[in-house]
Design a protein around this ligand. Structure first.
Ligand SMILES: Cc1ncc(COP(=O)(O)O)c(C=O)c1O
Length: 387
């Protein structure tokens, strides 16, 4: 079953073994901010980086749900907590997209926790951002981890944790500048790049040591999968992360792994469209509501940095209304935006952020722009805002 007819006409006897994908990940140091256009394009990478990793004749990846494998298999598979054929394919694609080596997890939170266990810092320097990350840090603080402000000077062994763009205001951090400062002090940099996706930003190329994504968001993209991923520079780091993941059992399920791989095939199209639609909607909203947060706007504090660090401003934006009552009421007046938490799916969502994040301003709403026609979304907002 794993013997495979290659384009050379030879049968490959170990068709399922982990080996170099057809598209070689671009080494991080060859991707600089100045040459942000990736080659091959992420759209192609997402479709072909796993081409050689499985021998089934299916054009699209087969769905495997087995937890255990016959002892005589040539794919080197033993037990699915350790490795599966689909997870190999998913990690090949995610690694190629970020220019590193990927390890997939059961959720974004599981990936964040795994990164912190792997890096074992004495202190973590961090700004605001996703409250779940701060909840993990608060737990680790009980075991002695010190959490310091991002502006403090990092020291030997510290981790600088950047979330950029940041939840929910899409404010940016200068990844290259933080990496220079951290590395000079013997610290390491991890970047939660969930809002950007690898289509819009590649933190390893900018000097980061670890990239984290909640794949539950744009990467899986259909509001039906929980998942996370870490991408690191060296295969040896990835191997250690996989060993620990296998020990702790924080693996994504077979269906989730398959769905995420299926979704990555359209990532480039989806995020490009979502980012463009968010840009149009942010421009329409500016001047109509007291404050709009989206990096496409000249009024946004991250606007200039977004132009050099990212290849697009992203599909999430936030708005502030005149009062908490107005902010709580708007979602109930909309027809196309579902009132729900989360982001990055094909359907547009709106959320009064204070409901889940105690630090969000009470007047703030977060909008995740989906794949509906942007003019329909604008019309929905126009109706909801009262014309
Ligand atoms: C920026 C960011 N990082 C991490 C997470 C955690 O991901 P998950 O919900 O998959 O655990 C989220 C979830 O909303 C997020 O928005």
């Amino acid at each position: 079953m794993c013997g495979r007819k290659r384009s050379t006409g030879q049968i490959d006897p170990v068709g399922c073994r982990r080996r170099a994908p057809a598209i070689i990940p671009i080494p991080p140091n060859e991707r600089t901010p100045a040459s942000m256009a990736t080659s091959p394009d992420p759209a192609t990478v997402a479709l072909h980086a796993d081409d050689d990793l499985e021998s089934a004749p299916d054009v699209s990846p087969p769905l495997h749900l087995a937890t255990t494998y016959r002892a005589d298999n040539t794919a080197g598979l033993i037990y699915s907590r350790e490795e599966t054929a689909t997870r190999r394919r998913l990690e090949a694609v995610l690694g190629a997209l970020e220019g590193g080596h990927a390890v997939a997890y059961a959720s974004g939170q599981a990936a964040t926790y795994a990164a912190l266990r792997h890096l074992r810092p004495r202190r973590v320097a961090i700004d605001r951002g996703y409250h779940g990350t701060h909840n993990i840090l608060a737990r680790l603080h009980e075991d002695g981890l010190e959490v310091i402000d991002l502006e403090r000077e990092p020291g030997e062994g510290d981790v600088v944790w950047l979330e950029t763009p940041k939840n929910p205001t899409c404010e940016l951090e200068d990844i290259a500048a933080h990496a220079r400062r951290a590395h000079a002090a013997g610290a390491r940099v991890a970047v939660d790049s969930t809002f950007a996706t690898p289509v819009l930003q590649n933190p390893l190329a900018l000097g980061a040591d670890v990239v984290m994504h909640a794949t539950s968001k744009f990467l899986a993209g259909h509001s039906d999968v929980m998942g996370g991923v870490l991408v690191v520079r060296h295969e040896e780091q990835a191997r250690r992360l996989r060993t620990e993941r296998s020990l702790l059992g924080s693996i994504p399920g077979g269906l989730e792994t398959w769905l995420t791989l299926r979704s990555l095939r359209t990532l480039s199209l989806r995020i490009t469209r979502q980012s463009e639609s968010a840009t149009r909607i942010a421009a329409w909203l500016e001047g109509r509501v007291p404050r709009v947060w989206h990096p496409s706007l000249a009024s946004h504090p991250g606007h200039a940095l977004a132009e050099t660090q990212m290849r697009g401003p992203g599909g999430v934006l936030s708005i502030e209304l005149a009062s908490e009552a107005a902010a709580r009421a708007l979602p109930t007046k909309l027809r196309l935006f579902a009132e729900a938490t989360s982001l990055g799916g094909v359907e547009s969502l709106i959320e009064w952020r204070r409901r889940h994040d105690p630090n969000a301003p009470p007047t703030l709403l977060r909008l995740s722009i989906g794949l509906e026609a942007p003019e329909d979304l604008v019309a929905d907002l126009e109706r909801g805002l009262g014309g």
